[in-house]
Design a protein around this ligand. Sequence first.
Ligand code: ATP
Length: 315
Amino acid sequence: MQQTAITVTGLRKRYGSVVALDGMSFRAQPGRVTGFLGPNGAGKSTTMRVILGLDHPNAGEATVGDRPYRSLPDPLRRLGALLDAGAVHPARSGRNHLLWLARCAGLPASRVDAVLDLVGLRSAARRRAGGYSLGMRQRLGIAAALLGDPPALLLDEPFNGMDPEGIVWLRGFLRSLAGQGRTVLVSSHLMGELEGTAEHVVVVGRGRVLADAPVAELIAAESGDRVVLRTPAVDRATAALTGAGGAVAAFGPDALVVTGLAAERVSALLAAAAVPVGQLAPHRATLEDAYLRLTREATQYRGADATARPGEVRR
Ligand SMILES: Nc1ncnc2c1ncn2[C@@H]1O[C@H](COP(=O)(O)OP(=O)(O)OP(=O)(O)O)[C@@H](O)[C@H]1O
């Protein structure tokens, strides 16, 4: 399979007084799922439209392989895209929708049945697409993106409207597409959807990149040297640990989060002070923790304290 990275460089885009893209740059590499994450209004869809040549940036450029999408001689065979799962004629069957797309692109009809099988829509293929659930329309959109068997895929919010079974299926499916060497760029505003799927994430806010890193690296950086412990003697534990230079914060009625001391040292200090300990473990952050911290400042539309969760220690 021909390797085809998706690259955006210095994209700027303004709609009147709204700055949608403010110097967006990143590369989605072949052979992995790249999560494109950010809160509502962060500029994900605008970036994807620019990649597809549907919107013109005020500055910067986007390429698929080494060329702008619009200059590709056989675009559907190079980059498959799902932008809007609703963009289907409601009276047409799923199969006829794909047949029509295949005909327009000069692709063989045999591809239609192949992609229907891939996305698990074969049994519903002859039903009117207007009667499909949103999850089924997403599958149809993914099938359309795969018609040309492209080495690169760009999917805008494909998990939207999928039931839990669909989400599990799509996670595995995206991983298998990347495993075949394809570039898979997937947007979402929910970190959890991409957990266990994306190896690499580009987190964006207010039109620019906030983080561009492997998921494992983001989680490790977020976890830091924090230890969570449970003890009925919260005050004595706090005194022993702060005396040794640790920073201690309450985490519920009988739990503490300790920063600045390794787990072994925390354990030794508490033993020396004869503090009973129910549980002690290094804190492992989730991808969602990292995402919420990164995007907290860049979130445009937020309720009064929408990012706080019960028991969370704000940093
Ligand atoms: N055609 C347009 N006209 C005016 N403003 C627009 C247009 N398209 C996008 N915007 C604005 O640009 C900003 C980025 O929007 P965009 O849709 O790219 O964000 P997004 O990250 O995809 O958000 P969401 O997760 O809500 O889809 C927003 O402030 C949006 O209101």
